[in-house]
Design a protein around this ligand. Structure first.
Ligand SMILES: Nc1ncnc2c1ncn2[C@@H]1O[C@H](COP(=O)(O)OP(=O)(O)OP(=O)(O)O)[C@@H](O)[C@H]1O
Length: 259
């Protein structure tokens, strides 16, 4: 069955002023995102992954190129995306619930309904009882769950996740990957994830976009077909390591130890 394309990036270019003149970062980036897709973007450090996100979210304007959303040309997806970054960016002076309610407050959503939704999310994400705690009282994994709830509560069409778990220990990361996949499947969300972690990209994604070159372009797009959508189950799939090695090869990472 043909999949519906939700977002189309076409020939996106971006350069910045550097110390020694203009630096071209994106040279014409093209890729598609399907409805309810889970796409990871990987590539070398500094290749422009976050720049792509900032352009999609409307924090930066591209120098050239088209953003097409559900068949309509738009300048960005402001108001349609939820953006979550590596740092949880919770306000220390606000309680967990007050932090989560920030999005609905800004969108002027009905307060009682938003509060009920927030409490339900806290329950689902194993955070019942911490609504009145302050961020400094929580572990890193709990804070990222709060940040994820805050992102989901505004009901964005697309979640942009920029290395959301990279500061966490492996066990917490595995747990939160599962929470994320469950949440996006339950709420039918589309996810675009930037990660440095190839293992995470293979375990979570339906497709992986590899950026490369200087300035960057899309080097390849890989469809990931593993038997399980659970991040732990996916890692146990016999084909997992094939995808892992292919993507390492794309990034010129040597995976064989010389004899
Ligand atoms: N606002 C800006 N002004 C000037 N240069 C910028 C700006 N934003 C990004 N850059 C430069 O653009 C390049 C790409 O940055 P970007 O953060 O998008 O890369 P990245 O692939 O996300 O990097 P990393 O993997 O290290 O997080 C870098 O050289 C960066 O210094």
């Amino acid at each position: 069955m043909a999949q519906d394309i939700q977002l189309r990036l076409r020939s996106i270019r971006k350069s910045f002023d550097g110390q020694n003149g203009r630096i071209d970062v994106l040279k014409g980036v093209d890729f598609d995102v399907y409805e309810r897709d889970f796409v990871s973007i990987i590539g070398p450090s500094g290749c422009g992954k976050s720049t792509v996100f900032n352009i999609v979210a409307g924090l930066l304007a591209p120098d050239d190129g088209d953003i097409i959303y559900r068949h309509e040309r738009v300048s960005n997806l402001r108001g349609r995306v939820g953006y979550m970054m590596q740092r949880d960016l919770l306000f220390p002076w606000r309680t967990v619930l007050e932090n989560i309610m920030l999005g609905p407050e800004m969108q002027r959503l009905p307060k009682a309904e938003a509060r009920d939704n927030a409490m339900e999310y806290l329950n689902t994400f194993g955070l019942a009882g911490v609504e009145n705690a302050y961020p400094k009282m929580l572990s890193g994994g709990m804070r990222q769950r709060v940040a994820l709830i805050r992102t989901l509560l505004t009901d964005p069409d697309i979640l942009l996740l920029d290395e959301p778990f990279s500061a966490l220990d492996y066990q917490t990361r595995l747990y939160l990957e599962g929470v994320l996949v469950d949440a996006v499947e339950t709420f039918n969300k589309t996810v675009i994830l930037v990660t440095h972690d190839i293992d995470e990209a293979v375990a979570l994604s339906k497709r992986v976009v590899v950026l490369g070159g200087k300035p960057s372009q899309v080097k390849s797009v890989h469809q990931i077909d593993l038997g399980s959508r659970s991040p732990v189950g996916a890692r146990s799939d016999p084909h997992f390591s094939e995808y892992f090695h292919t993507l390492c090869g794309e990034l010129d990472i040597q995976t064989k130890v010389k004899q």
